[in-house]
Design a protein around this ligand. Sequence first.
Ligand code: PAF
Length: 276
Amino acid sequence: MHIVRTVKDLRALQSGLKAQGRTSALVPTMGALHAGHLALVAAAKGHADAVIATIFVNPTQFAAHEDLGTYPRQEAADLEALDAAGVDAVFAPSVDEIYGPDDATRIVMAGPAAGLEAAFRPHFFGGVATVVSRLLLAAGCEAAVFGEKDYQQLLVIKRMVADLKIPTAIHGAPTVREDDGLALSSRNAYLSAEERATAPALNQALRACAAAVRGGLEPDVAEAQAVETLQSAGFAPDYLAVRDADTLGPLTAMDRGRVLAAATLGRTRLIDNIAL
Ligand code: PAF
């Protein structure tokens, strides 16, 4: 497995792949890898001949009060896991390589980047769109894979890539869960044993809400019930919303619905979503 740390070396690696007639798929990550990331790698293999993963904890998607400083960093273990998963190359740049000292360009988005997560993390999607555009343009892959666990992020990236005409096909991959339904996340490492036992209640609340709406309950009533259940379980919910799966606007049809939630448990903010 090749490890490259500069855009120049990444481009040289991509030229080598193209010279061999091989397509490639990018799997952007912030490291602290778990089985969910390795599922993205497996999905990427289905879209191209070679897989390039990135490890970069992107400072522009964290607000000053968030966990940039404490975000888990374990590069050696991540590289080992990616090698074992059959990744061909890893791009692990420094912050300066992505954001030089004179850096002055940011992406500002509306559309799917409005509401839900953005209401609580207003800086987030601008930071994600900025770094993902840079990673996609630097890597020059034919495809890239992102997890559906960050469902709004996936829609934001698809919109950004379409608007900027970046020639990379964006694919979503299903959320990987623990047996009790908890969505895998690098931030699950922050949960105490007691919080870990409570955490699956987030997925249960999404399922209960979806079942209630399918059973004929008005979405806003089902949302309110689910929020109350989460509060009783000890969560501080930011939102739990039934939305159109493509636009994230109001629900238009049962078979186009998505239920999305974010809630804090102790000091850990968890997000999850399911199809209606
Ligand atoms: O989902 C993530 O891990 C990050 O938001 C991403 C897409 C790698 C951008 O930093």
